[in-house]
Every structure is written in structure tokens, then in C-alpha cells.
Design a protein around this ligand. Sequence first.
Ligand code: NAD
Ligand code: TYD
Length: 378
Amino acid sequence: MKRSIIITGGAGFIGSHVVRLFVNKYPEYRIINLDKLTYAGNLANLRDVEAKPNYRFVKMDICDFEGVFNLMQEEQVDGIIHLAAESHVDRSIKDPFTFARTNVMGTLSLLQAAKAYWESLPEKYEDKRFYHISTDEVYGALQMTHPEGIEPPFTTKASSGKHHLAYGEKFFTEDLKYQPHSPYSAAKASSDHFVRAFHDTFGMPTIVTNCSNNYGPYQFPEKLIPLFINNIRHRKPLPVYGRGENVRDWLYVEDHARAIDTIFHKGTIAETYNIGGFNEWKNIDIIKVLINTVDRLLGRPEGEDMDLITYVTDRAGHDLRYAIDSTKLQRELGWEPSLQFEEGIEKTVRWYLENQAWMDNVTSGDYQKYYEDMYAGR
Ligand code: NAD
Ligand code: TYD
């Protein structure tokens, strides 16, 4: 089947990997990248696909109802993959309004535009898809409980039967109650509710997925992994929040993009799927891996830069542990992560070191000022 798909936020980190995958894998599809190009949107992320005949970029705000409606009509859009969002927790603590505007109002505006366009067609919602990309952070935070006498991380068995390391006995499953703590996750939770409400109220064919922390090329260097790689390279301090004991569950970004492809095509309407690779790490342990890897790849003695670690005031409301149970996705749709974390980290560090021009471009000017303000007084 031929499709015409709007991917929102396609110039951002995850969006650019999704656009690249769809443009290359489905030459018969029309792929429209709708992005406002905020500080996080960067067309340099897509240089290798921008000249492809099945690709179009449109600079637009998802809050522009008329603009989105007209574009859907013009391109006869039958699918939306919605990634556009404000995505950084620290920014949401400083400026929650921007998060409510884009993540909540923007998603609602997009839903309304899709509803207006699809309901104007004779076949209405038939063969249509509104796929909303969300985060595991909507579930809140997990504790680090462990069986008596066993120190975390311990080996446990997922309901899929596979063994993996974990820092706690509970995991985020699709049936959990939403308990967001940060303005970012509260805004994402709200947008998830609106998407489900449009299915329940109007019959819109929606799907929601909640993914764990992503890492890989083209991530904006305000997030832990690219920020720290760049700082280690330039021997700048590494601001570790609190004691570095918080746990995140990391997935290589191309594996997330592959999951999105699978779910867009095979997922069941109105369902939720959690996406993650059972890969929990304490921040401080990742940071040590990053230091060793950067040092080694730059020909420095491994571990030489450990003294860059600088413990700073903790993030307000800092969630202790995220851990996704992706058994449903693995069992029902056959998706699996393709990379071991060690391989993914090696690839990622190499990419940032080899693409210093990309990094310099996004860390100059306004960003530099923002970064200095952000850490002033810590
Ligand atoms: P990002 O910040 O790198 O990119 C966001 C993109 O959205 C940018 O290109 C930006 O220009 C665009 N955008 C922002 N506001 C817009 C608006 N009003 N109109 C149009 N475009 C706008 O984000 P990311 O890390 O790639 O995350 C993408 C999505 O995946 C988000 O919805 C996020 O909540 C979700 N997610 C991210 C992670 C992660 O680890 N990064 C994990 C799970 C889910
Ligand atoms: P981040 O990449 O911002 O993702 P999220 O907050 O969505 O999980 O942060 C990952 C973890 O790293 C989180 O526990 C906060 C911590 N962190 C630091 O310790 N220092 C930093 O400078 C940053 C950006 C994050």
C-alpha cells in the first residue's frame, strides 16, 4: 500500500532517524517532515536524505491548525507519526509553559487537524493511523527494591523468559497508572491522554508507545550522553546530578526507529506498547564507560579523565529509576533490540568524535549562553 505520512519533529534526534529509515526503506511512500526547527531541530541531521524524491521538509509549528489541515489536504496524508515535542526535563523545570504549549496544545491541535481532514473524506478513518510517540517517564519513578541478601544489579527474568540485569523488582508495564513527576512528563502524559481520548470519543485510529531513554548519533548535547562525550573531549567538568545513583534504561536510537516502523505497520489500533531493551544503568557507571571510551579512542590513557567528574546539586524531583518491560512488543510484534549496549556506546562515542563539526555547530551561540546560565551557581 502506498502511504503519505507526516512525521512531526523529524529534524530532532529520534525523528531524524525515523525519517531516514522510512525514506530509505519505503521509496513508494511520501514522507513529509513537519518541524518548527526549535533549538533542537537541525536539518543537518538529514543531509543524506534531503534530495530523495519521496521526501519533503515543511517548516511548521504543530500548533498551526490551519497550516497542518491544509498540508494534510494537499498531500492526502493517511498517517501521522508524532514526535515533535519539547523533550528536556531540565528545561521543563525552568520553563513549563513552553512544554504545555507544544506537548499538550500542539498535540491537541494536530489531533483536531487530523480529525477535521479525515472526517471530510468519504472513507473517513479507514486505513488511517495517528501514532503518538511518548516516553516511559509518564509512569513516574521505580524503587530500587531487591530480594533479601542480593545487592543490585541482580539477574532477573522478564516475563518473556529472558534474563537481564536489574536494579529493582518492578518494571513499567503498559497497564500501570500514570504518575508523572516533572513538567516534561506531566505534559507528555497529558498529550497521551488526549490521543487516547480521540480514539475513544471519535474513533480515530490511534496508537501510543512509551519508550525508555534513547542514545546515539544526532542527540542534542544537553542530554547526558552527548553532553558528557563532548565535555570529556574538551576536558570540561562533568556535572553529575546528586550522587550519580539514578538508574536509566538505555536503548540505541535506531532500535527505537525500527520499533516505530514495526508498530506503525503491525501494531493494533488503540493499543499501547512499551519500548525498551532491558538495559538498566546507574548514571555514574555510564559516565565511567564514557570516560574510558573517549580516552581510549583519543589515544589518552584510559581513565585519565575521571577527575572531570563533578558532583553538583541534584535535579529537582529527580526520578530515581526507570525500567521498561517491553515483553508485549517483543512477544506480539516480534521486535527485539539489535545492539548490545557496549557496541552501541562504542558506535555512539565514535560518531560524536568523528562529527565534531556537527557538535561545534549546535554548541555555539545561543546554546552556549543557555548552557552557561543553566549551570551558573551550581
Ligand atoms: P528532540 O528535542 O531532539 O526533537 C524534537 C523536535 O521537535 C525538534 O526537531 C524540534 O524542532 C521539534 N519541535 C519542537 N516543538 C515543535 C513544534 N511546536 N512544532 C513542530 N516541531 C516542533 O526530541 P527527541 O529526543 O528526538 O524526542 C522525540 C520524541 O520522542 C518526543 O516526543 C519525546 O518525548 C519522545 N521520547 C524521547 C526519548 C529520548 O530519550 N530522547 C525517549 C522516549 C520518548
Ligand atoms: P537526560 O539525558 O537529561 O535524560 P532524562 O532526564 O530524560 O532521563 O538525563 C539522564 C540522566 O542523567 C538523569 O538521571 C539526569 C542525569 N544527568 C546528570 O547527572 N547530569 C547532566 O548534566 C544531565 C544532562 C543529566
